[in-house]
Design a protein around this ligand. Structure first.
Ligand code: HEC
Length: 128
């Protein structure tokens, strides 16, 4: 009698265990797919940006609107660092991630389309 009840409990436990296991598994798959889709989108964005040849003047205008508050009117630095020769320190890909990623507060993430991003890049390259 006692053995059969303990094995029933064991079966219940196993059932619960597999249920939990299944839920964790599904959640992991979900997280992974979200990460993967996001990663792919980011990569497509970067590839598209790097294919374009931006305009320094348009990039300059964008910089004046969005970035001077922190990086200074001549990009010599204020709250944010001096951006002259930043293109020698960071790759284009890293700069794109810096501008769109929002990974280093207080610098916000900018939602900027590839054309404007390539303009900004061109401008930053002109600051040697
Ligand atoms: C609210 C202030 C702020 C604004 C607006 C801002 N930045 Fe920044 N930025 C920073 C700060 C602070 C850092 C330094 C972050 C760190 O390294 O932790 C930084 C870092 C950077 C870097 C990396 C510099 C390096 O030497 O590693 C680049 C490139 C950059 N910003 C470009 C831009 C561009 C382009 C814009 C406009 C689209 C912009 N930032 C707008 C504050 C700002």
């Amino acid at each position: 009698m006692s053995t059969s009840s303990s094995s029933a409990a064991e079966r219940d436990f196993k059932k619960e265990f597999f249920k939990m296991f299944f839920i964790v598994f599904v959640l992991l798959i979900l997280c992974f797919s979200i990460f993967f889709i996001n990663y792919n989108e980011n990569n497509k964005y970067i590839i598209k940006t790097l294919e374009l040849n931006g305009s320094t003047e348009k990039g300059d205008a964008l910089f004046k609107i969005n970035c001077v508050g922190c990086h200074g009117i001549t990009a010599r630095g204020l709250v944010g660092p001096d951006l002259h020769s930043v293109t020698q320190r960071l790759s284009d890909k890293e700069i794109i991630k810096q501008v769109t990623g929002g990974l280093t507060p207080p610098m916000p993430s900018f939602e900027i389309d590839p054309v404007n991003m390539s303009n900004l890049l061109k401008y930053l390259h002109s600051l040697e």
